[in-house]
Design a protein around this ligand. Structure first.
Ligand code: 5AD
Ligand code: SF4
Length: 447
């Protein structure tokens, strides 16, 4: 395959629709890069493209449902424009290969995460006959630095590892993304240096389990990687997602404390406040361990902003387990949470258990979690009123007007009246009013 001439997609317009996490967003940027290198250009909308790729996540049932309804609409589009090439990428392509490929009318090609480098050739072939390009392997696939079309000129994703070896009982990721693979350290550093040269102000290191990173050549750990990346001159803010609480070692805390460039913000998925549930989920930490870790982190890193994932309604979850989750939310007071209703996923250990928490109970528990968190966030946000925060200016605000939007070091969305124009800079913003999900303020004019 690699010996073939590169495929030419000159003159064709592509459109990539992404569902899912940052990892998927980053994958879409890589796919766009491969298509652009083959001569294709981005289309403004799905209606005006020649190549349409749906990049989907399989983690939750809901994302898959979104894909199927999207594919339904695409069928109509294809009827109108028979030349349109439709592909499905990502975890779902890997996981639901046979089902998707068997659909009529189905996508013209399926491409799994380990095949993205060959995307241009796959698209060229799919214009002649349907193509199935899935399957995992255990080698790291490197993209050239130019093979990325980044959505943001300000904040960049840098993938450091892929896959997961943890097998949490509810989670499909180890089956969809395969076992852990680590990107060689020199490649990571080269990409960060390249971003520095292009003026990026923030780098977000990505992986399903960033803190189990090991450089295969040197054995260098995630903490050492953090120190090395933080030493690259240029990007002022460094973040990393996602960390597993069981692997969050003291040396990572030390590396964070040693560098002011590493944002005082951490996403640390908890899932449940009940040790019994955590055990059945195979998370391999207890409620006490998690609380102890939060204590250590907060002691070492003042003003640390913590966010988490909460999963309600796991098989066997009792009212008492649920109460323990609400209690721990009150105790920790996260800056932000992502909360989900459990749904069984194919191949996972939990799929063999009875999904015994009734749908209405799951719904009620989710509402309780979200209502509690909303009130906590509102209180936390109120404490920001009158304070001036450093904000990385990312773009126009969704609130409209002349407002700009950015993110604080703690990860809060800040909409503000600018004192000067332009994005891709740091602004000092005095917070004037708040809601549970964002802050509002005015840029302080610099002397
Ligand atoms: N059902 C519901 N939510 C899930 N998640 C993972 N698997 C499932 C599932 N089967 C959630 C977890 C995880 C986040 C990315 O998605 O909270 O941290
Ligand atoms: Fe899924 Fe658990 Fe791996 Fe996270 S650590 S990707 S929840 S199996």
């Amino acid at each position: 395959m690699t010996n073939e001439d590169p495929a030419s997609l000159a003159g064709l317009a592509y459109f990539i629709r992404t569902f899912g996490c940052q990892m998927n967003e980053s994958d879409s940027e890589h796919m766009a890069g491969v298509l652009a290198q083959a001569g294709a250009r981005p289309a403004d909308a799905a209606e005006s493209c020649d190549i349409l790729i749906v990049n989907t996540c399989a983690v939750r049932e809901k994302s898959e449902e979104k894909l199927y309804s999207f594919l339904g609409r695409l069928a109509a589009l294809k009827k109108k424009r028979p030349g349109l090439i439709i592909g499905v990428a990502g975890c779902v392509a890997e996981l639901r290969r046979d089902e998707l490929f068997g659909r009529k009318p189905g996508p013209d090609f399926l491409v799994g995460p380990d095949r993205y480098q060959d995307l241009a050739r796959i698209v060229a072939r799919a214009s002649l006959a349907r193509a199935l390009e899935t399957g995992r392997d255990d080698v790291w696939h490197e993209f050239g630095p130019s093979a990325i079309v980044r959505e943001s000129p300000v904040s960049a994703y840098v993938t450091i590892m892929e896959g997961c070896d943890n097998f949490c009982a509810y989670c499909v990721v180890p089956f969809a993304r395969g076992r852990e693979k680590y990107r060689p350290l020199p490649n990571i550093i080269r990409e960060v240096e390249d971003l520095a040269q292009r003026g990026y102000l923030e780098v977000q290191l990505l992986g399903q389990n960033v803190n189990s990173y090991r450089d295969s050549e040197t054995g260098i750990s995630f903490a050492a990687l953090l120190r090395t990346v933080a030493a690259v001159e240029g990007p002022s803010w460094l973040r990393f997602i996602t960390s597993h609480p069981k692997d969050f070692s003291d040396d990572i805390i030390d590396a964070m404390a040693a560098s002011p460039k590493i944002c005082r913000a951490l996403h640390l998925p908890l899932q449940s406040g009940s040790t019994a549930v955590l055990e059945r989920m195979n998370r391999r930490y207890s409620r006490e361990h998690y609380l102890g870790l939060v204590g250590l982190l907060r002691k070492a890193l003042s003003d640390l902003s913590l966010s988490t994932d909460i999963l309600v309604g796991f098989p066997g979850e009792t009212e008492e387990d649920h109460r323990l989750t609400l209690d721990i939310l009150r105790e920790i007071r996260f800056a932000n949470i992502f909360s989900f209703r459990y749904s069984p996923r194919p191949q996972t250990a939990a799929a063999k258990l009875a999904d015994d928490v009734p749908a209405e109970v799951k719904a009620h528990r989710l509402i309780e979690v979200q209502a509690l968190q909303k009130s906590i966030q509102l209180e936390l946000h109120r404490s920001f009123v009158g304070r001036t925060l450093t904000v990385l200016v990312l773009g126009a605000s969704q609130k409209g007007g002349c407002l700009l939007a950015g993110r604080s070091e703690g990860g809060q969305v800040v909409n503000f009246v600018p004192a000067v124009e332009g994005i891709g800079r740091f602004a000092q913003v005095r917070i004037t009013s708040v809601g549970p999900y964002s802050l509002r303020g005015e840029e302080v004019r610099q002397a």
